[in-house]
Design a binder for this molecule. Structure first.
Ligand SMILES: *Cc1c(COP(=O)(O)O)cnc(C)c1O
Length: 354
């Protein structure tokens, strides 16, 4: 299936072998225990996970993928491979869970984390000196800073460093970290790949079989395994992922233009691709929260990447980085009709004086 385009890969990968009477979809394998000689035990492997992993591998143009209980489970497995005190370069703003984990590891001395502005390539190059590992989230959540991935990955590989990219926001449709030379492409499958706000799953895709073996061991020993039913739901979501994502992305591009015309809205951030828009509303926090609750279609809710459009004020979370403005709204554009979304947004934001 090597030469297929993403739309076809999403639909046709991770299927049972074609033979007379075989089902089109993988079964949900609800088993902890197996007859001796195969998988061994339910924490070591599962046929439904494998089907999901094959589909993500195809999209990410990798050789293998490991599915985890969550995006954070996948991220934790990656950092668990690094030796104590290893110097790590990471963005100074990014997904709050990743940031909290890295800060904790740094305080504990478990890792020596160098936080940099990932969109400043010269600063990143400087931080790479003597570092062992590079973690890039691009675009960042929720600031939407974009890294010059080809240059930065190239420089890190010249220095023989390990490189992992959080590909959740861009997705494999916009960005292929493994093809750019990264060792790992990570996804919060919870978001666009699953796409229906009903599962939590993470994944790591890679090309190196030795790295796969180490990460498989980490997953097995840490026990951060996905559920078979959740894996099946995620794979079902992947079938329509390119269609959903392209539709949401087209609406996001148009909404960016329209949001920029509103007097109450400033600093609209959009990297030119994807379906997340961040912007600021010029009003006190309590007023902003009222605006977020005033929509009828769009939900004031965290998370992103579902067919349902959601928005929230990120700083309502104490764990969100202090560099994120108090009045920053992250809008996750879904698949509703653009005119319905616009009228909902326009109506609620217009309740504030311009
Ligand atoms: C949600 C998210 C994660 C964490 O994934 P979970 O599945 O919630 O554990 C990591 N990175 C980014 C960019 C995310 O948006």
């Amino acid at each position: 299936m090597e030469n297929l385009r993403p739309e076809s890969l999403a639909i046709n990968s991770g299927r049972p072998e074609r033979q007379a009477g075989a089902p089109l979809n993988p079964d949900i394998s609800l088993n902890s225990t197996f007859i001796a000689g195969g998988i061994g035990y339910g924490r070591f492997g599962n046929e439904t996970w494998s089907a999901l992993e094959d589909a993500i591998t195809a999209l990410e143009q990798g050789d293998s993928t490991l599915a985890f209980s969550s995006g954070m489970g996948a991220i934790t497995a990656v950092f668990s491979l690094l030796p104590h005190g290893a110097p790590v370069v990471a963005s100074d703003q990014g997904y709050s869970g990743t940031m909290s984990l890295l800060k904790k590891y740094h305080e504990q001395g478990r890792l020596e984390v160098r936080f940099v502005d990932i969109s400043n390539t010269a600063d990143v190059f400087e931080a790479l000196m003597g570092a062992a590992f590079l973690w890039i989230e691009s675009p960042t959540n929720p600031g939407l800073a974009v890294a010059e991935l080809p240059q930065i990955i190239g420089e890190a590989k010249k220095r023989n460093m390990g490189v992992a990219v959080d590909n959740t926001f861009a997705t494999a449709l916009n960005q292929q970290p493994l093809s750019l030379g990264a060792d790992i492409s990570m996804n919060s499958v919870t978001k666009y790949l699953s796409g229906h706000s009903d599962v939590i799953i993470g994944s790591l895709s890679m090309r190196d079989p030795a790295l796969h073996a180490r990460l498989l061991e980490a997953r097995t020993l840490q026990g951060s395994i996905p559920g078979p039913f959740e894996s099946w739901l995620a794979l079902r979501g992947i079938r329509t992922f390119p269609l959903r994502f392209r539709a949401a992305e087209a609406s996001a591009r148009e909404l960016v233009k329209r949001l920029q015309t509103l007097a109450q809205v400033s600093n609209v951030r959009y990297p030119g691709f994807g379906a997340i828009i961040s912007f600021e509303i010029g009003a006190p926090v309590a007023e902003i929260e009222k605006v977020l609750d005033a929509t009828s279609l769009i939900s004031n809710a965290t998370s992103l990447g579902g067919v349902e459009t959601t928005w929230e004020r990120r700083r309502r979370w104490p764990s969100e980085s202090a560099s994120v403005p108090e009045n920053l709204i992250r809008l996750s554009v879904g698949c509703e009709h653009i005119e319905d979304l616009w009228s909902d947004l326009n109506k609620s934001i217009s309740t504030l004086k311009g």
